[in-house]
Design a protein around this ligand. Structure first.
Ligand code: PA5
Length: 462
């Protein structure tokens, strides 16, 4: 199981001013935390609570369907192209970057075991889109367009470009190269998919984008890429069981949530850094940043009071960012809490040869890069504690389907608990919707005319 070491947030280690009296705080919050965990588990099946993501680990039907589709199209495609943005892309990117062999798309088909390459278009930069189109053979490409709302301008504009090109190149058969993942009933994409006859998967009701990685949003590409979906599900289920424990002393998601909440509200540390010591986990930080930012930053609390709260998540990568951000973290404002992710066992070992023995780098010879990576994780943690900076370390046994699913699910539950502590709606995103609506207005979508006029007036002024 995943482990959390939070000792370096304790006042006994980093001092009264910056640290928390953890035994006292755990005692003070034990009932509140227990109520939150019970309440999340009781509400998770109720419609409108946006907690269906807590049931995704048990969704055998979706697992069956994605596996069946993957086996039906086996060998037909050289490329999977995912169109999506935000919650419709970040989980997929995080998981595939972590679990596929590094440099997957550069491997030969034999080295990939006949499995396709994977591309995510999660932006609308014309140069990168055109660049990608130049290298993809559309006949051998399966496009998976993913949008829960079915109307997000970035995703749908990409889809319109791809659909047009594919139809021109493949004729009516283009439909066989498209799969849409969207709402069961609502939205433009759902309507189009039904009209045009695309294969579809759905984003379940009451699952927000940033909590959707273990729905068909992620599972379909994962199945197409040969990842072990059953082990992903086992990881979620085991973690779910562990996190049902209502005792704060036994529940790592509750511990992480409470510590971050108290560091923000009591100690003024409202910047939350996620720093894995593993390149394969680099994009877990991107996923976490969206999860934490969109879920916890809110204008109003649940009592309707204007609060404008929200910790700011920051992504960093060990050891790379020791040579970029650590100066700030050690000596800059003491306003951050850093979460390290430490991988206990890498898949491979890389020994540093015993050469240059009588030089200043001779000490490295005979050690492994693995030792060096974890020595750096440990020494940075200690150095930060010397500067009275709070850090926590999540230890993951190894990077595989089972352990990665545990990590992501634990961070989702941690976010949900933190949202309850902040007393906000974790699952809405009015700020994102506002920006989406302005885009629709500016691009002339019907029904947004008033918004367009007021927006144009405002733009002329600023
Ligand atoms: O988490 C969220 O709800 C958002 O980040 C959405 O995932 C993002 O805006 C994309 O929305 P959609 O899936 O509707 O295209």
């Amino acid at each position: 199981m995943l482990k959390l070491n939070y000792k370096n947030t304790d006042s006994m280690i980093i001092g009264e001013e910056n640290g928390l009296n953890l035994s006292e705080e755990f005692e003070n919050y034990k009932d509140r935390i227990s109520d939150i965990i019970k309440s999340l588990n009781q509400r998770k099946d109720k419609y409108g609570q946006w907690l269906q993501w807590m049931n995704l680990g048990y969704n055998e039907e979706t697992v069956w369907y994605v596996k069946e589709f993957a086996s039906m199209v086996e060998g037909r495609f050289n490329n999977i192209l995912v169109l999506g943005i935000g919650g419709s892309a970040l989980g997929g990117i995080a998981v595939t970057e972590a679990l596929l062999k590094p440099y997957w798309n550069l491997l030969t088909p034999e080295q990939r075991g006949g499995l396709p390459r994977i591309f995510f278009l999660d932006n609308i930069d014309p140069d990168t889109i055109n660049g990608l189109l130049e290298i993809l053979d559309l006949k051998k490409t399966l496009v998976n367009v993913i949008t829960k709302s079915g109307s997000t301008a970035e995703t749908m504009s990409q889809f319109m470009i791809l659909k047009d090109l594919m139809q021109k190149e493949l004729g009516d058969d283009y439909r066989k190269n498209i799969v849409a993942t969207t709402d069961k009933k609502m939205g433009v994409l759902r309507q189009l998919a039904d009209q045009e006859g695309y294969k579809t998967f759905f984003v379940p009701d009451d699952v927000g984008g940033r909590f959707s990685v273990f729905s068909a949003v992620g599972l379909l590409p994962f199945a197409l890429l040969g990842l072990d979906i059953d082990q992903l599900m086992n990881g979620i289920k085991d973690m779910d069981l562990a996190l049902k424990n209502t005792d704060i002393n036994q529940n790592i998601a509750a511990q992480g949530a409470l510590i971050q909440y108290l560091m923000d509200t009591k100690k003024g540390k409202n910047l939350s850094v996620m720093m894995p010591y593993s390149s394969r986990l680099k994009y877990v930080s991107d996923w976490y940043v969206q999860l934490w930012a969109e879920s916890l930053a809110k204008e109003f609390n649940n009592n309707g009071e204007k609060v404008n709260i929200g910790p700011t998540p920051i992504k960093a990568l060990g050891a790379t960012d020791q040579h970029s951000q650590i100066q700030l973290y050690n000596e800059g404002p003491n306003n951050k809490i850093i979460t390290f992710i430490r991988v206990e066992n890498f898949d491979t070992t890389l020994e540093i040869p015993r050469i240059f023995e009588y030089t200043g780098i001779g000490y490295l010879g005979g050690k492994t890069i693995n030792d060096l990576m974890n020595a750096e994780a440990d020494s940075t943690r200690v150095a930060l504690a010397d500067y009275s900076r709070p850090t926590m370390t999540i230890s993951i046994e190894k990077i595989d389907e089972y352990n990665l699913a545990q990590l992501l699910y634990m961070l989702e539950v941690q976010t949900a608990i933190a949202g309850e502590l902040y007393n906000i709606d974790t699952f809405n995103q009015p700020g994102v919707e506002q920006a989406k609506n302005y885009t629709y207005a500016l691009m002339g979508r019907a029904g947004y005319e008033d918004s367009a006029n007021s927006l144009k007036e405002k733009m002329a002024r600023v």
